[in-house]
Ligand binder design. Structure first.
Ligand SMILES: [Zn+2]
Length: 238
């Protein structure tokens, strides 16, 4: 996967680019097979609906416009969660340095809890160290953990008022912060979803030192692979 750079730094795979923003259709009331909820007039079920929720529309054009480091692209986030792709480089984390488990990194002041719901896709150890160095949000504090499995939990989005169809305020959250809505919650039909949320299960906390140790091992393994794969130009032709 071709990385994109901005001011000399790699732009994470899941980061949204300004040109990907597109006009959002008007929200209408709609009766689906599971009941009443919000929808679009020109709704395309395959694209616009998943887990019973209505989804925001977005383009896919990484590398065009400017990166918006505060936001993730909905398509790449969904893809990263579904296929266990690293949120920084976009490559698979399965069978990587963490073995059977996947590494997760969250901007948080407290350790990752068992069952914690999150929209942040997994990450490689080396990519995690890079993200901590480059991402201002992680500079305020982060928590890392190895996770045994991460089943679907719900969506992150904005709930809408069933009467007015206007976005509902959610007290206690920062402006723009999305609400997590469980897949079994009937409110999901009134939610305009942006991201898939998974539940982190079988959590083992990873300290600062352990993360850097994992990154060193990964770097060593990467160099070994590079040495093995590089052609030996000094060997005589057979
Ligand atoms: Zn990576």
């Amino acid at each position: 996967m071709r990385p994109h750079f901005w001011n000399g730094k790699r732009v994470p795979y899941v980061t949204a680019w300004t040109i990907e923003a597109c006009p959002q259709p008007k929200i209408i009331r709609r009766v689906g097979w599971a009941g009443e909820g919000i929808g679009y007039e020109d709704e395309e079920p395959v694209i616009d609906r998943r887990h019973e929720a209505l989804w925001v529309r977005s383009g896919i054009a990484p590398g065009r416009g400017k990166p918006d480091f505060r936001r993730m692209n909905t398509h790449r986030q969904k893809r990263a969660v579904r296929y266990s792709l690293c949120q920084v480089c976009g490559e698979s984390v399965i069978g990587a340095e963490a073995g059977e488990r996947t590494l997760h990194l969250l901007g948080a002041a407290v350790p990752i809890a068992e069952g914690e719901p999150t929209a942040a896709p997994p990450v490689h150890p080396l990519c995690a160290v890079e993200a901590i160095e480059n991402c201002p949000a992680l500079g305020h504090g982060w928590a890392a953990a190895l996770v045994q499995f991460s089943p679907l939990w719900g969506v992150a989005g904005v709930m809408h008022d069933p009467m007015t169809l206007e976005p509902l305020p959610h007290p206690g959250r920062r402006p723009g912060e999305l609400q997590h809505v469980h897949v079994a919650d009937k409110e999901i039909r009134w939610t305009l979803a942006s991201f898939t949320v998974m539940s982190l299960q079988g959590v083992t906390a990873v300290s600062h030192d352990q993360l850097h140790e994992m990154a060193q091992h990964a770097e060593y393994a990467r160099r070994l692979r590079a040495d093995v794969l590089s052609p030996d130009v000094t060997s005589p032709p057979s």
